[in-house]
Design a protein around this ligand. Structure first.
Ligand code: PRP
Ligand code: URA
Length: 209
């Protein structure tokens, strides 16, 4: 069974506290989400292989290690996953970006897929699937199903906040997918919102309902 990583880094916990706060307005909310995604990307890429090479500095030769041609795809689940994408791309500027559109039908909280555009060489890429909220897990499972149907091999799921129910669902349906999180909250409410969570991530990012 793949691991669930809850990243306790002080900067992540500090920024998570700020993004949860109801007083945080949309501009700051967007900036925090981008920064949190960048910090989580640092952890997601921790095992990337390095290749030794020689370069010239202004005054000599140096044996150095660089990430060896790793092919990555960052796949945000629309809409709220978009808020994390730019932060990841700041660390991984050559990654390809695919999009999966999934929304939760409020009754009976079922994920509905409405858009899909993915890099053609998906099977050759390590995939970082991003969605800030892992609530019932329905959207993430639908996203992973989509990717696997299209040949994806290595998938890592990056979220900010998860409910225990969402983690359990992803692990049951996709035990091979590693999960990276900033926090695991208490529970879901009767509408499928994470308690205490941060509210509706998409609405806070984009100012629409
Ligand atoms: C939110 C969130 C996740 C999903 C999580 O999206 O961004 O995608 O809910 O819930 P789940 O784990 O129960 O599926 P929403 O459906 O509200 O769409 P949006 O991003 O377009 O606002
Ligand atoms: N989606 C959100 O945006 N927030 C939640 O708490 C649950 C699902």
């Amino acid at each position: 069974m793949a691991e669930v990583h809850v990243i306790e880094h002080p900067l992540i916990q500090h920024k998570l506290a700020m993004i949860r706060d109801r007083q945080t307005g949309p501009k700051e909310f967007r900036e925090l989400m981008e920064e949190l995604a960048m910090l989580l990307a640092y952890e997601v890429t921790r095992e990337f292989p390095l290749e030794e090479m020689e370069i010239e500095t202004p005054i000599g030769h140096a044996r150095v290690r660089m990430v060896s041609g790793k092919k990555v795809a960052v796949i945000p689940i629309l809409r709220a996953g978009l808020g994390m994408t730019a932060g990841i791309l700041r660390l991984l500027p050559t990654a390809k970006v695919g999009h999966i559109g999934v929304y939760r039908d409020p009754e009976p909280l079922r994920p509905v897929a409405y858009y899909c555009k993915l890099p053609p060489d998906l099977p050759d890429r390590e995939i970082i699937l991003v969605d800030p909220m892992l609530a019932t897990g329905g959207s993430a499972v639908a996203g992973i199903d989509f990717l696997k149907e299209r040949g994806a091999n290595v998938i890592k799921l990056m979220s900010l906040i998860a409910a225990p129910e969402g983690i359990a669902r992803v692990r049951e349906r996709h035990p091979d997918v590693e999960i990276y999180l900033a926090a695991v909250d208490e529970r879901l409410d009767e509408h499928g919102y994470i308690i205490p969570g941060l509210g509706d991530a998409g609405d806070r990012l984009f100012g629409t309902r």
